[in-house]
Structures are given as structure tokens and as C-alpha cells.
Design a protein around this ligand. Structure first.
Ligand SMILES: [Zn+2]
Length: 67
């Protein structure tokens, strides 16, 4: 029942929608910090992994299809 498994290029939903009303973010960098990109307006957000895990609600699209 782990809905929080995420990987590079997964698309995730955050607990709070973005200002542009979209709530789909692609993970474009993973490390100590996680960089996500808003799928609608393209804005980039960088946050520490711990904060990301707190704010992320669920994975919408898993990364495996990326290749
Ligand atoms: Zn946006």
C-alpha cells in the first residue's frame, strides 16, 4: 500500500495545487534535493527530499514508461 514510491521522471501530485491550478509535477532531479517541474506552466521548484516527501500526495504516473 505504498503510494509514495517515486522515481526520476515520475509525475506526482502535491498536497497543495500550484498557483496555476495544475497539480501535476514531474520529478526532473533526484538527490538530497528534489527538483520538480509543473506540468502546466513549467515552473521549477527545488526542495529538500524530506520536505518533498511531506508535501507529495501521490504518484500519478510512474517513471517506468519514460524510456
Ligand atoms: Zn504551475
Amino acid at each position: 500500500m505504498n503510494q509514495k514510491e517515486y522515481d526520476l521522471h515520475a509525475v506526482v501530485e502535491m498536497k497543495k495545487a500550484h498557483a496555476c491550478q495544475s497539480n501535476a509535477w514531474e520529478i526532473i532531479r533526484m538527490g538530497m534535493d528534489i527538483r520538480i517541474k509543473c506540468q502546466k506552466c513549467g515552473q521549477l521548484v527545488l526542495m529538500p527530499r524530506r520536505e518533498f516527501e511531506k508535501k507529495m500526495k501521490k504518484v500519478l504516473v510512474k517513471a517506468e514508461a519514460a524510456e
